[in-house]
Design a protein around this ligand. Structure first.
Ligand code: ZN
Length: 330
């Protein structure tokens, strides 16, 4: 396909996160035509992301995409919140302070190109299905642990959106609503509050205050303890930090293991800041999860692995264009 660039199918991929927006042009073989470029998301004084200034930011990339030989099949738009994948409506993107903003439609009207918008976790799962570790896999989950804990499901050979498009909120199943902590979703004791970055930070701060962790106590005398400090303490053999991370791995394994028992998944792909904080984090989950699997078959066949791409939602945004334009199929 690359031998004849004029005949290649391409898509402009955009990934708008809570801080930065990433851009590239990607062909239907999953190859980036230029390295990912990132810009800060423009916010107004009330903390709301500026749709018009985002359109101005997108404009030169549309022009650039049009300059390549080949067919520009559209714009794949990944956003960090609840997006209606059919209409491109940003239903709720809390990081951008958007509620019912028809951003997909705005991009479409501004550039007169097909626009395919969806939530970033859906895009990441698509990227893995198109060109990554999930290629040819019928049943898998994409899971991300960072500031939050969530993901997306791919079942029976296709994406699973759920009745309202909200499937994949792995982190908002309840672990302990009685003794648990308040969650961003408005309830108490969700798994997310224990295993995501802020939960690790909270456990670390507590271990510093009680003196249980001499390592974190020293840090806390200078500045607030972060989740990164807990991982560093773990690498240095601090017993309290070792225990905190051990618990995080146990709880994620219980959560994902339960899902495997319900859905009989063969693969779980993991991304997000927390999964990259220790080099063997995901492989430890791959081991620990086996304590929570019901069948011998799952214990034998299930794999829990790291994500394939560094910018999985961006790659997936291009994959979405090709899938929805029938250039790629599952
Ligand atoms: Zn929750």
């Amino acid at each position: 396909m690359l031998n004849n660039p004029d005949s290649q199918d391409i898509a402009l991929a955009i990934d708008i996160g809570g801080t930065k927006a990433a851009f590239s042009v990607i062909n239907s073989a999953g190859e980036l035509l230029f390295p990912v470029e990132k810009h800060f998301v423009p916010f107004d004084s009330e903390g709301k992301a500026h749709p018009d200034r985002l359109l101005e930011m997108i404009a030169p990339y549309v022009q650039r995409a049009r300059q390549y030989g080949g067919k520009l099949n559209g714009i794949g738009l990944s956003l960090c919140g609840n997006i209606d994948a059919q209409t491109g409506m940003a239903v709720l993107v809390s990081n951008l302070h958007w509620r019912y903003l028809p951003f997909g439609q705005m991009v479409k009207e501004a550039f007169n190109l097909p626009v395919f918008a969806a939530t970033d976790v859906r895009m990441a799962a698509l990227g893995e299905a198109a060109w990554g570790a999930a290629r040819g896999v019928r049943d898998f989950a994409w899971a991300t642990v960072g500031t939050g804990y969530g993901g997306y499901l791919f079942l029976d050979g296709k994406l699973y959106d759920g009745s309202h498009g909200f499937a994949g909120n792995f982190g908002h199943t309840t672990l302990d609503e009685v003794n648990g902590y308040p969650c961003g979703c408005g309830r108490n004791g969700c798994f997310e509050t224990f295993v995501a970055g802020p939960g690790i930070t909270r456990a670390g701060q507590k271990a510093a205050e009680t003196g249980e962790s001499p390592y974190l106590k020293l840090i806390a005398a200078e500045r607030p303890v972060s989740s990164y400090d807990v991982f560093k303490g773990e690498a240095n053999g601090d017993p309290a930090c070792v225990q905190i991370i051990k618990d995080v791995i146990r709880l994620i394994s219980i959560n994902l293991g339960g899902m495997v028992n319900i859905l009989d998944l063969q693969l779980i792909i993991m991304g997000g800041g927390v999964t990259h904080a220790a080099p063997d984090f995901v492989s430890r989950i791959n081991t620990r999860i086996r304590d929570f699997l019901m069948t011998e078959e799952a214990a034998r066949d299930l794999r829990v692995i790291n994500e394939t791409f560094e910018n999985s939602s961006l790659i997936g945004a291009a994959a979405d264009v090709f899938f929805r334009q029938n250039i790629l199929s599952f």
